[in-house]
Design a protein around this ligand. Sequence first.
Ligand code: MAN
Ligand code: CA
Length: 222
Amino acid sequence: MVSYSSYVLIAAAALLATCYALPKYPAIPGLPGIPRLSGRDDLKGQTRLSGFREASGSLVGPPRKQLTCPQGLPNSLNTELHKVLVNLKHRLSRLKGVLVLKEKIREVGEKILASNGEKVDFASALASCENARGTLATPMNEEENKAIMGIVKKYNRYAYLGIREGEDSGQFKYLNGTPVNYTKWHQNEPNGKRTEKCVEMYTDGNWNDKKCNLSRLTVCEF
Ligand code: MAN
Ligand code: CA
C-alpha cells in the first residue's frame, strides 16, 4: 500500500522533475529530487509543496491562480502541472475511500486516525506512531474524542492517548509540552496524584490517568 505521504512526495518530485527537465532550466546540483517538505502539515490533508506557490503567495485554497515553479514557467506547463495535481488529488481521495471502507483509517477534520491493533506500553505505542511519521492519538475536542473512541471500541481495548502528566507541575500536557485544553476525564479522575502519568481512554471515550507501563492499544494520528 502506498501511503499518502508517498503520493505527496511523488507529486512533488514529478513537478520538480518537470520543471528541471526543461532545457531553459538546467538541473541544479543535487536536484531534481524530492523537495524537503516542511513541518508535519505536509503529511495531512493540506498538502504543502515547498518551492511551489501560487502567484498570490498563498499555498492553500482553491486554485484561483496557476502554480508557478521557483523560476517561473510557461503557461502550458503550468496547466499541465495543474492537471497532474487535480489528478493526484482525485486518486488520493479514491484511495482514502478504500481505506475508510476497509476500516483501516478514520478521518476527523484534518486528522487521520489508525491503529496497528498492537497492545503495548506508552513508550512503544508512541514510538510506533512516530516511526510511521505520526504521533499518538490526541483528542483536541469532542469530535476527535469520539473518533478515537470508535477505534477503542472496535478493538475493545483501552488506548493510551498523547497526553502525559508534567514532571514538576502535575499538570496534564500534550506531548509538545502545552497544557491540555480539552479533557474528558471519567468521574473522579485524574486521581493518580503523580503516580499515574499516562492517560488511557476507556471504551466509553472517558479518560483515566494510568501508569505508563501497561499494555494498551496503539492508536496513532497523522
Ligand atoms: C484503578 C486504576 C486507576 C483508576 C481507578 C478507578 O485503581 O485504573 O487509575 O483511577 O481504578 O477506580
Ligand atoms: Ca486514575
